[in-house]
Design a protein around this ligand. Structure first.
Ligand code: F6R
Length: 608
């Protein structure tokens, strides 16, 4: 999603803004721009495409000025061209925006009625136009004009504005999309997240819903929705410590896939008492023995992690689980039960649909927990309970290590739920904890298949379509495998429950179609292998992912196989995830696509 940076600096800020924008590249974008105030004069450079194009525009015509804003745009209204790129300006003000303004069409008509001329197709441009309208027609100052404009906007957004003639003023607003203030020495920063601010300062204050910040180099004041002056806590952000480099890998995605043994171990350390082989949850966590039901919700990959955990909660804790995609759950009239709990899963902690579903469940009396990677995020701050996942910053747009850390945290929570509800005994808890503690080692072993998987991926890269199938916990992993492949290689892929094949998708099978069969040797292994034979009998190309014994038991005629370590079958998704991630990664690198920033995708989806 769009990235925002604003700086009240002590030297020319355009180069600093471009550096900050680089750290926001991971969010996904398709154009970028910078505006500065120099000796009271407003000027800007914008360019479609990657930041290199903006840099070239700045090299050709540098921008001076110690006050500036910058933006990476992920197009929602209007094509990703220069005219639609931010900052949007009038002669009086320049504005960057993240989010969606729902009532922009009616505001645009109203402003055009006053004779104001728009130069872009974006919803964002109504903001500088409205501010200018108030500056000129009501003769108010910049802060008041900004406040009046924001009050007219409906939707979910964050804004930062700078003003002609005002070299020591930057104003920002948060409603629905995050915005953070960074305090420097005689400098002030605004940014979409703490990663953007990390090169400049680790002293970060997050705006809350409806807040407006008025910043100068010397300090800032925050006003809530009712215009009252408020104070918000300053935190010391850990983002500055995060090494945002590729560590010798070609892509962030490869680095993040290879980090999994370490980050899974970190996540385990937050939940497991290794000496006693038990799970320990924070004091304030759910009392699972009293929960009437559990709702789980998330989007995309995080949703598939939730779906796998449904099998764990049901099997170990005998707890009824309602699970849905957040964009659906938020609008369903769910008959929530009294004493119910709800878990929302999110890497970024800023996904708009997940946050909205969380708020709805909270309003309906559910106790809210979040499995979240960014501890300062909106979802973390609005949850009653935080279940951390220690994945570290995930920069590649396709989620990999966050997925396995989400699974790790959810597995530990589900084991604790089973113990609290008396549905597993301490021997079973110890057995499962031992199996969980083995996962970093197994994931490291799974990574050793990278070379073999790359060779197979070179063939997958020629396919037009790919099917993934699995049963039980391997069914959501099949969905995740298909998502991973399609998002980074642009090959059409579908995941199916293996038992569902003959209800329709089997019609697709021919000698061109690779079918990836995820089958750890569990209670459903034989059934999945029968489904695989049905594929093979119709000329389909079966690629089996299983352990050595599983591959041997599957018999002859496989097109290919990927050998996974032998693991506790119900925990297999954490380890088998590596194979589907590497398969997608090498298929994409073979095709030469932009692995870390696939087309049309954003890392943090802060619009509905
Ligand atoms: C896919 C992917 C997305 C995210 C989804 C939720 O690789 O990364 O499907 O999982 O957008 O994002 P978070 O976890 O940040 O809420």
């Amino acid at each position: 999603m769009c990235g925002i940076i604003g700086i009240l600096g002590t030297t020319d800020v355009a180069p600093l803004i471009v550096d900050g924008l680089k750290r926001l590249e991971y969010r996904g974008y398709d154009s970028a721009g910078v505006a500065t105030i120099d000796h009271g004069r407003l000027d800007r450079r914008r360019a479609p495409g990657k930041l290199g194009n903006l840099q070239a525009a700045l090299d050709a015509r540098p921008l001076a000025g110690r006050t500036g804003i910058g933006h990476t745009r992920w197009a929602t209204h209007g094509a990703p061209n220069e005219a639609n790129a931010h900052p949007h300006s009038t002669p009086r003000v320049s504005v960057v925006h993240n989010g969606i303004i729902e009532n922009f069409a009616e505001l645009k008509r109203e402003l055009e009625g006053y004779g104001r001329r728009f130069e872009s197709e974006t919803d964002a441009e109504v903001c500088p136009q409205l501010i200018t309208h108030y500056l000129e027609s009501e003769n108010v100052g910049p802060v008041e004009a900004f406040r009046k404009a924001i009050a007219r906007l409906k939707g979910a957004f964050a804004f930062v504005a700078i003003f002609t003639g005002e070299d020591n003023l930057m104003v920002g607003a948060r409603k629905g999309s995050p915005l953070a203030i960074g305090r420097g020495e005689g400098e002030m920063f605004l940014g979409s997240d703490s990663y953007a601010l990390a090169p400049f300062t680790n002293r970060v204050t997050y705006l809350e819903e409806g807040d407006i910040v008025v910043a100068t180099r010397e300090g800032f004041e925050i006003f809530n929705e009712r215009g009252e002056k408020v104070s918000r806590p300053e935190m010391i952000s850990s983002a500055a410590d995060a090494l945002v480099d590729k560590d010798g890998h070609r892509h962030f995605m490869a680095k993040e896939i290879h980090e999994q043994p370490e980050v899974i171990a970190h996540t385990l350390s937050r939940y497991i008492d290794a000496a006693n082989e038990t799970v320990r949850l924070a004091e304030n966590a759910f009392d699972f023995s009293r929960l009437s039901s559990l709702t789980i919700s998330a989007c995309g990959t995080a949703y598939y992690a939730g779906l796998i955990s449904k099998y764990w909660f049901e099997s170990w804790a005998r707890l009824p689980v309602e699970i849905d995609i957040a964009s659906e759950l938020r609008y369903r009239s769910v008959p929530y039960k009294d004493q119910g709990g709800a878990i929302f899963v999110s890497q970024s902690g800023e996904t708009a649909d997940t946050l909205a579903a969380l708020r709805e469940a909270k309003a309906r009396g559910q106790k809210i927990a979040a499995v979240v990677n960014v501890p300062e995020s909106s979802i973390a701050r609005e949850a009653d309970i935080i279940f951390p996942m220690a994945a570290g910053p995930e920069i590649g747009v396709a989620s990999t290590k966050a997925f396995t850390c989400q699974l790790t945290a959810l597995a530990a929570i589900a084991i604790a739920a089973g113990r609290q509800r008396g549905t597993i005994d301490d021997m079973e808890e110890r057995r499962l904890v031992r199996a969980l503690l083995e996962t970093p080692r197994h994931v490291a072993e799974a990574l050793r298949q990278a070379g073999a998987i790359e060779a197979i991926a070179n063939d997958i890269a020629k396919a037009r379509d790919v099917l993934y199938i699995g049963r039980g916990v391997s069914f959501p992993l099949a969905l995740e495998g298909a998502l991973k492949l399609k998002e980074i290689s642009y090959i059409h892929a579908e995941g199916y429950a293996a038992g569902e094949l003959k209800h329709g998708p089997i019609a697709l099978i021919d000698e061109e179609l690779p079918v990836i069969v995820i089958a750890p040797p569990d209670a459903l292994f034989e059934k999945t292998i029968s489904n695989m034979h049905e594929v093979m009998a119709r000329g389909g190309k079966a690629l089996l992912i299983s352990d050595r014994a599983g591959i041997a038991a599957a018999g002859d005629g496989l097109w290919a196989s990927i050998e996974a370590p032998t693991v506790e079958p119900i925990l297999a998704p954490i380890v088998y995830a590596v194979a589907i991630q590497l398969l997608a990664y090498y298929t994409a690198t073979n095709k030469g696509t932009d692995v870390d920033q696939p087309r049309n995708l954003a890392k943090s989806v802060t619009v509905e």
